[in-house]
Design a protein around this ligand. Structure first.
Ligand SMILES: [Zn+2]
Length: 271
């Protein structure tokens, strides 16, 4: 048996969103996602997850959750579009740097962003100095730097990214990237939610765990092929969900982790 890989599922706060944002079909209303015309009963609070992967060759962090600055005063830290549709909630001790401190992790070989929406990238300045390489797909960085939609370029103005090009053929679009060149941690091109969304497939000892990012919001996304409210491309989103559904049925699938699944609690997985 090879050295085990440990995955920490870390709850880095919550985001309060309109329920139509999470699942398109439940109460679909084209303007609902802005939150402007909806009563409070349509608001749902969902967790924001980040993940620490302990690989034998180094630590890998996937996504960063909310920053300390957003906990203190999100209205002055973020522009309006950063919180109008998705309000940050970050309890004390749940910021990603605070959680890494608690785990005694001061060095990250890689920091990976599944995509560059505010709830995934906001905490980057709190942890980027610990990371040797900060990986984001070239497709995602290109879309994000245009600054449209829910991208807030100010959040990464001090960050040097190591944009990568796909070097493998896994996933629904046969585009993947082998992080340590040992087949154990593969970034998977999962477009649809955003142009360059990336999942993380962790394989070891004949088993696997998949981190979906926001390609899926919760179990229902792949179990019932339910589309989220915000999508960049419907056809691509559905293709990715079908691929995730197929993986979820494999005998050696240990877990599929979606970034905002309300049924998931912080835990540790070892494979
Ligand atoms: Zn998200």
């Amino acid at each position: 048996m090879e050295d085990k890989i440990k995955i920490h599922v870390l709850n880095t706060g919550y985001v309060e969103v309109d329920e139509a944002l999470a699942f398109k079909d439940k109460s679909y209303n084209p303007i609902a996602y802005t939150g402007l015309f909806r009563s409070n009963k349509h608001k749902v609070k969902v967790p924001v997850f980040s993940y620490l992967i302990e690989h034998p060759k180094g630590n890998v962090l996937v996504d960063t959750g909310w920053s300390v600055a957003s906990r203190e005063d999100y209205k002055s830290h973020l522009p309006l579009k950063g919180y109008i549709a998705s309000k940050p909630i970050l309890p004390s001790g749940e910021n990603i740097a605070e959680q890494l401190d608690k785990l005694g992790i001061d060095k990250l070989q890689f920091l990976i962003l599944t995509h560059m929406h505010v709830d995934h990238v906001d905490g980057i300045r709190d942890v980027q100095d610990r990371a040797e390489f900060i990986l984001v797909s070239r497709d995602e960085l290109k879309a994000a730097n245009k600054g449209g939609g829910r991208y807030i370029k100010e959040l990464w103005k001090d960050t040097i990214f190591d944009r990568f090009d796909w070097n493998g053929e896994m996933g629904p679009y046969f585009k993947s990237y082998d992080v340590f060149r040992d087949g154990k941690i593969n970034l998977i091109y999962l477009p649809g939610h955003t142009a360059g969304s990336t999942g993380v497939l962790i394989k070891n000892n004949g088993k696997f765990v998949l981190i979906t990012g926001d390609a899926a919001y919760a179990h229902a996304s792949w179990e019932n092929l339910e589309l989220p409210g915000i999508i960049n491309d419907k056809v691509r989103t559905l293709r990715c969900l079908k691929w995730i559904q197929k993986l979820s049925k494999a005998d050696n699938c240990v877990e599929i982790l979606a970034s905002h699944d309300p049924e998931v609690k912080p835990h540790i997985i070892e494979i």
